[in-house]
Design a protein around this ligand. Sequence first.
Ligand SMILES: N[C@@H](CCC(=O)N[C@@H](CS)C(=O)NCC(=O)O)C(=O)O
Length: 219
Amino acid sequence: MMRLWGRKSSINVQKVLWCLDELSLKESRDFERIDAGLHFGINRSPEFLELNPNGLVPTLDDEGLILWESNTVMRYLVRKYDSQEKFPKDIASQYSSEKWLDWQLGTVWPSLRGPFLGLTRVPENERNYASILKGYQDSDALFGLLDKSLAKTDFCSGNQFHIGDIALALCVNRWILLNETFPEKTGYRSNYKNIDRWFKRIHQETQFSNIAENQLNII
Ligand SMILES: N[C@@H](CCC(=O)N[C@@H](CS)C(=O)NCC(=O)O)C(=O)O
């Protein structure tokens, strides 16, 4: 059986769990999940480092194929298990989704990660509030770019949901929650109407809430 290492509170594990859910692959029936990371440990053990030398989650073992990097794991799951054609396969949708996946990993998350970790993991008296504010405001500006794109389409890569939406919706969720929880530390959050409409659609039409609704466990 496919095995996935990772705690449910990790944004990168959530991407994979959400993708598995969209593909109707169920925990215990189709895959085994092993809690790992943070207080669960395991991810620094020699056995785990043999699988993923980064010592990070998610890590997947599918019939001996070991994969890490959440976006790559999602790409793989869709390629191998999307027999129902849940996700669009035409080249335009596929590569538009790829573009947003890379943007999430290389551009958005590097800005939002600092405020997220700073406010949820770093003890209060050690927090660098200037850097938290800057990171949050940088991400806020970046989401303006996503908002503009979403004025033209229902989802990130066209009018159908794709894995680019998964990666970005989980970032948007943290961007909203951080501001709601620590408004005086994040500063202003823009009111982006197209993101709002898209995020509502994500709630209504996808398995998002199974994976990420109770997000206060991020803290
Ligand atoms: N680029 C990697 C990053 C993986 C990553 O940073 N994982 C974090 C959780 S989100 C982790 O394993 N942190 C160590 C821990 O939880 O102990 C990916 O997308 O999978």
